[in-house]
Design a protein around this ligand. Structure first.
Ligand code: ZN
Ligand code: ZN
Length: 176
């Protein structure tokens, strides 16, 4: 995958959460990203970057922080996907119908989490500026110290897959 440079406006944490609330109220097409200090997309490596991307207006807000603002992130993720996205444990819905690579990315992330490896993912919406496969939903996985980036593409929003990944991600970030 290729690094993407994107134009953004630096914002405070409060401005980011307020923007997420406003965009939700407006029914705007928006989403967020958490860029860890090692993330290939991070415009300021070494810091955490909370990204609020509005694809309706084309504007991107970024808040840089030395520590991961986990509570605000969880709030924003729930605004975007609904509270069920962080409900744990995931509902026993059986095996999600999915493309062939879904179990691979989930199995890999479960393994990384068990080993407490440093990983993070990106949920790239179909019109996300970071998405190399525009028009598809794409989940990507970055592992600290590894070059290869695992991708899982889907024609529909992979909610159940994302839910499990979000739960594992925040478990990692909060040490629980
Ligand atoms: Zn990343
Ligand atoms: Zn995006």
């Amino acid at each position: 995958m290729k690094k993407v440079d994107f134009a953004f406006t630096e914002a405070s944490l409060r401005e980011c959460t307020a923007a997420a609330e406003r965009f939700t109220g407006q029914g705007a097409n928006w989403h967020n990203h958490v860029l860890k200090p090692t993330c290939m997309f991070n415009p300021r490596p070494g810091t955490y970057a909370l990204v609020i991307e509005n694809n309706s207006s084309g504007k991107i807000l970024v808040h840089f922080a030395d520590a991961n603002p986990v509570e605000e992130e969880q709030y924003i993720v729930k605004l975007r996907h609904g509270a069920a996205i962080l409900a744990s444990p995931p509902a026993a819905a059986g095996t999600p119908s999915s493309g062939p690579s879904e179990p691979e990315i989930l199995a890999r992330i479960r393994d990384l989490s068990e080993r407490r490896a440093d990983w993070h993912h990106h949920m790239m919406f179909p019109d996300c500026v970071l998405n190399p496969r525009r028009g598809e939903w794409l989940i990507t996985l970055e592992v600290s110290g590894e070059q290869d980036i695992l991708q899982y593409a889907s024609d529909t929003e992979p909610f159940e897959t994302l839910r499990e990944i979000e739960n594992l991600f925040f478990a990692q970030e909060t040490g629980r």
